[in-house]
Design a protein. Structure first.
Length: 229
């Protein structure tokens, strides 16, 4: 899907959400995860795949990469909502962007005037945090400049405006309610799969896996057969 987002140019002096990356680094390792359920267990480096019942327009038919998860809350980036805004327009002072066709993605409803970068690299960029495998997140303007100076291909990095956040226990409740499926994240989905194909592929896979894990011997809910039409 492509959103008709309208954004003012982001001043070059604005730091690219470095405070979020710093907070990620401050998280104590091994934070307790939420309760186990049929839809999976949230964790950093996993995808949240919106179920068909999720009607919130901020998250309907979205795929979210969890970039942080713990007992005090969670944070993630929506990866399948490209906007109509070219990155060159959002960051007009970065001259190398003027000859490129990079688009800005809407990462979530929180702090939409700040940017996060997901980068695919064997060696972590400076001022970044590893999310899983070779995928890293950064809020460093210098890292973006370096990517542009090296003419890094568009299939190795993405820029997102804003992020999604959940308070303590909020995401667990949404998962228990059936709003989200949880699956391992992979780099190809983020950097190579067309945005409009991400959710359909993952929802089909997630719903199929959920059905396979249904317990044997399902029973009718008691009392429903006695209900008056």
């Amino acid at each position: 899907m492509c959103l008709n987002a309208t954004m003012r140019p982001v001043p070059l002096q604005l730091r690219l959400l470095a405070v979020i990356v710093a907070l990620l680094g401050a998280r104590a390792p091994g934070a307790a995860a939420g309760p186990t359920n049929a839809h999976g267990v949230p964790a950093k480096g996993k995808f949240l795949v919106a179920s068909k019942q999720l009607g919130d327009p901020n998250f309907a038919e979205t795929v979210v990469l969890l970039i942080d998860y713990g007992t005090d809350g969670a944070a993630g980036v929506i990866i399948n909502r490209p906007t109509d805004v070219m990155l060159a327009k959002a960051l007009p002072d970065l001259k190398p962007l003027r000859t490129r066709r990079d688009v800005l993605y809407l990462g979530g409803p929180v702090a939409q005037r700040a940017l996060l970068l997901l980068v695919l690299a064997q060696q972590p960029p400076s001022h970044s945090q590893s999310i899983f495998g070779s995928v890293h997140i950064t809020g460093s303007l210098n890292t973006l400049r370096r990517l542009l100076d090296e003419n890094t291909s568009r299939d190795r990095w993405r820029a997102y405006a804003g992020y999604a956040g959940w308070g303590a226990g909020q995401l667990e409740r949404e998962v228990q309610r059936g709003d989200w499926y949880i699956v391992p994240a992979d780099a190809d989905t983020i950097f190579k799969t067309p945005a409009e194909e991400m959710w359909p592929r993952l929802i089909a896979k997630s719903a199929g896996q959920w059905a396979m894990n249904l317990p044997a011997g399902l029973q009718f809910a008691s009392g429903l057969d006695q209900a008056t039409p």
